[in-house]
Design a protein around this ligand. Structure first.
Ligand code: AMP
Ligand code: MN
Length: 252
């Protein structure tokens, strides 16, 4: 059973996605049949042969470890600091004419994590159009994103983290480092709240939040509180950045 709060978040995300699809329609983009929102099934997405396709995955495990010996970490959720300074999920472009989506994703994971994590159709969560950059629609914005979630053992996650920083071909290049998502909130308000206030690629923040709710890794109430904290952090950051501009000699 999904809770009313989770349905509320989902509706908000779907609403944004429907708006995106409407804009695609206005531009005469090819729409696959039966799509009520920009969400589409894996098979429908593959019918769009003129679209580019990218696959990304959220890898996670349970953990019994505790921060400072008292704050339960509960789950390890992996994301990465990308070459562009944004947070995102491991994965990348795949070519469905040459490989299945899952084969392509596994190939990308080998490059980025140094481990060929096998991902299957059963791990697929959703496919949708990528939001366009800077609000403009061009043929390059016809990118379909396929999102997967895979649960692993803690030991496997630790091996991935080691390989990602040592043998992975993309380490220090396309991937600046793997990061864990803090799901807790500290007394001073740090943790998930601060993490969510960073900058994410495309819809990665929504993909993360939807997954946390869907997998019951965070309650809707805790997520809501964390997001309120993120908004406060953003306001403080804006002020800090304004002050920092003075360091560059810029006059207020
Ligand atoms: P990558 O090779 O991992 O950078 O991903 C392939 C394409 O997908 C690039 O154009 C990225 O900007 C885009 N991308 C990656 N992750 C996301 C995401 N979570 N939401 C939207 N676009 C993404
Ligand atoms: Mn990538």
């Amino acid at each position: 059973m999904t809770s009313p709060k989770y349905r509320g978040f989902s509706r908000l995300v779907s609403c944004l996605q429907s708006r995106l699809l409407t804009l695609h329609r206005k531009k005469g983009e090819q729409i696959t049949k039966g799509m009520a929102s920009s969400q589409m099934s894996r098979d429908e997405a593959l019918e769009c042969t003129c679209c580019r396709h990218a696959c990304h995955v959220l890898l996670y495990s349970e953990t019994a470890s505790q921060l400072f010996g008292r704050i339960p970490i509960r789950y390890i959720v992996l994301m990465q600091m990308r070459f562009d300074g944004l947070l995102g999920f491991p994965g990348g472009f795949v070519n469905p004419l040459e490989e299945t989506l899952e084969e392509g994703l596994t190939r990308e994971l080998l490059e980025e994590l140094g481990v060929a994590v096998p991902v299957s159709k059963e791990d697929h969560v959703e496919s949708c159009f990528s939001p366009p950059r800077s609000g403009t629609y061009s043929s390059s914005s016809r990118l379909i994103l396929h999102f997967y979630v895979k649960k692993m053992e803690e030991e496997q996650i630790r091996e991935i983290e080691k390989a990602a920083a040592s043998t992975a071909a993309d380490h220090g290049l396309e991937v600046l480092g793997m990061v864990r998502v803090p799901l807790y909130t500290t007394k001073s308000g740090g943790g998930l709240s601060c993490f969510l206030s960073h900058s994410f690629i495309g819809v990665a923040r929504s993909q993360l939040m939807n997954s946390l709710l869907r997998l019951h890794l965070v309650s809707p109430g805790d997520l809501q509180e964390a997001l309120r904290g993120s908004q406060r952090t953003h306001a403080e950051s804006a002020q800090n950045l304004q002050a920092a501009l003075k360091l560059t000699g810029e006059q207020p």
